[in-house]
Design a protein around this ligand. Structure first.
Ligand SMILES: [Zn+2]
Length: 358
């Protein structure tokens, strides 16, 4: 029953994916639709899991962990097939110079980034449930090992997420020294040390992007560097330096939210016997929303502040033209939001001019 419903949702996702890719849409629009499809696929599978749980099919925690991991692998499998189709049209439309396997690895990494937090939370909750019920006691050595393995898995995924791995292969050619010096000067202004600017290989995948990483590192793709003038590059670097400075605040909020979550988990554990089965579902959903929303709001504000910092350093023009170029490269429309954190280009540009006046 469980697997049959999985199979049906997968077929639906593949059909929708086929439709997205076949619709003769430009690659940019196709990718945005696929992003929504990814969340739909995850939501459908979560829904099946929740329904099974609510119907009283309480599986043992190793079995539930196996179901979680299989569900995630299943989603990766669906998108492995779909991105195989996208590769062909993206190769034709944007003249990609990369092999199919490299392309799939890059695209599936994004799928993993969406799945990993859910997996970490799910496995963590299972391990916590085991501990709290004392299942490792009754289960003997096997119970102890399985709880340990589930907790370890959750921990490793969480560490991988916090460390934020470099998203693309690193180029051996470093960024020009005066760019690094400028970034370091801006870092000093914001009280953060800029240690390194990595140049990533975005050329093969036509990826024009910059990232603030852990450990005082900023990364920028060679493809973006090749498309921007020097003032534009500096404006983009200013934006990323501001993100570096914001990381500490973000990690602080994460820590506070996690402790609150853990606190409610302990209270919940004490009341466990007296609460109905669906109580845990309500608690997990409330916890999920309660932890995601503040982070999302903060990250939206951070984007705003990072743009304001770049404008304060170099004025509106270089950042504005850099953002226009990036949107054009990735075929992003002016008035639609590309993700939950970044506003649509038109809104963003309007705010830039506002910063310049203020
Ligand atoms: Zn940003």
């Amino acid at each position: 029953m469980f697997w049959l419903s999985f199979l049906v949702t997968s077929l639906a996702v593949l059909v929708l994916g086929w439709w997205c890719v076949r619709a003769d849409a430009p690659v940019g629009r196709c990718l945005r639709r696929l992003k929504r499809l990814l969340w739909l696929s995850i939501a459908l599978k979560t829904g099946i899991g929740v329904a099974m749980y609510a119907m009283g099919g309480r599986a043992s925690s190793p079995l539930a962990a196996a179901a979680l991991i299989t569900g995630a692998a299943w989603v990766v499998g669906e998108f492995w097939v779909i991105f195989g189709w996208v590769y062909l049209i993206e190769k034709a439309q944007r003249s990609l110079a990369t092999s199919r396997s490299d392309y799939l690895r890059m695209r599936l990494r994004l799928v993993w980034e969406a799945l990993a937090p859910l997996l970490a939370v799910g496995l963590g909750a299972l391990a916590f449930g085991d501990l709290q019920r004392g299942a490792y006691h009754t289960g003997g050595l096997w119970g102890l090992l399985s709880t340990g393995a589930i907790a370890l898995g959750a921990g490793l995924i969480a560490i991988g997420l916090i460390r934020r791995p470099i998203p693309l292969p690193v180029h051996s050619v470093p960024v020009e020294t005066h760019l690094l010096a400028e970034a370091q000067r801006m870092g000093r202004e914001l009280g953060v040390t800029v240690r390194e600017i990595l140049v990533l290989d975005g050329m093969r995948l036509r990826n024009a992007n910059a990232f603030a990483l852990s450990g005082g590192r900023i990364a920028i793709t060679d493809y973006l560097l090749a498309n921007l003038t020097e003032p534009e590059t500096l404006a983009v670097l200013a934006h990323e330096v501001a993100h570096l400075a914001q990381r500490r605040r973000l990690i602080g909020i994460w820590t506070r939210l996690l402790s609150v979550g853990l606190g409610t988990a302990i209270v919940y554990a004490l009341l466990w016997e007296r609460l109905p089965l669906w109580g845990v579902l309500v608690w997990v959903s409330a916890l999920g929303v309660g932890m995601t929303l503040p982070i999302l709001r903060l990250r939206q504000r951070h984007e705003h502040e990072a743009d304001a910092f770049a404008v304060s350093q170099f004025g509106v023009e270089p950042l504005e033209s850099a953002l226009r170029k990036i949107a054009a490269i990735h075929q992003r429309p002016t008035h639609t939001q590309s993700d939950a954190v970044h506003p649509a280009l038109a809104t963003r540009l309007q705010r830039l001019r506002h910063h310049a006046r203020g």
